[in-house]
Design a protein around this ligand. Sequence first.
Ligand code: 3PG
Length: 207
Amino acid sequence: MVGTLVLTRHGQSEWNKLNLFTGWKDPALTELGKQEATKGGQELVKGGYTDFDLAFTSDLSRAQETLKIILGEIKQEGIPTKKDQALNERDYGELTGLNKDDARKKWGEDQVHIWRRSFDVPPPGGESLKLTADRVLPYYEKEIKPAVLSGKKVLVAAHGNSLRAMIMSLENLTGEQIVNTELATGVPIVYKIDESGKVLEKKILDL
Ligand SMILES: O=C(O)[C@H](O)COP(=O)(O)O
């Protein structure tokens, strides 16, 4: 049995466009974000990935909207979909709502980079990637992975850091290896996985 897991980061949000730390805030997609999601859906159609069994998304509208647009493109609006906070973006704590350049001016380039891209240093009052993984991975192990290992085709629309946590587990990467992996908005990443959890194939559908 070979299962399929497709991971997609949401399209550009209003706060991505304004260069603000977003975390658990809930801005909508921009027009560009909607186009990115549409393009992601079209890439899935081109690749023949139009028969998913179920879908997962976070509790935040940018991911939900992205999923809805993709499902519309692949004509699968009706499939069972689970929404859960566990798949939310990392909580950016006190940085939430601040402009990323202003934050660099206030705390310095190096400190802001540590908060954004170290594995286990949380921003003040927020979550590190490690803390994010600590709540994403139990959900992934319980809800998503068993479906994939049983041969199902599963689509996930979520966030840069919640997806990083899953990729870390899928590809057996260390925290240090995953932190600098950038995920493009709206670009589907396709994994073929056997029943033991081994990744047989990985494809990034970015043209
Ligand atoms: O929450 C945010 O601000 C972004 O979506 C992800 O931020 P990052 O690029 O700092 O990880």
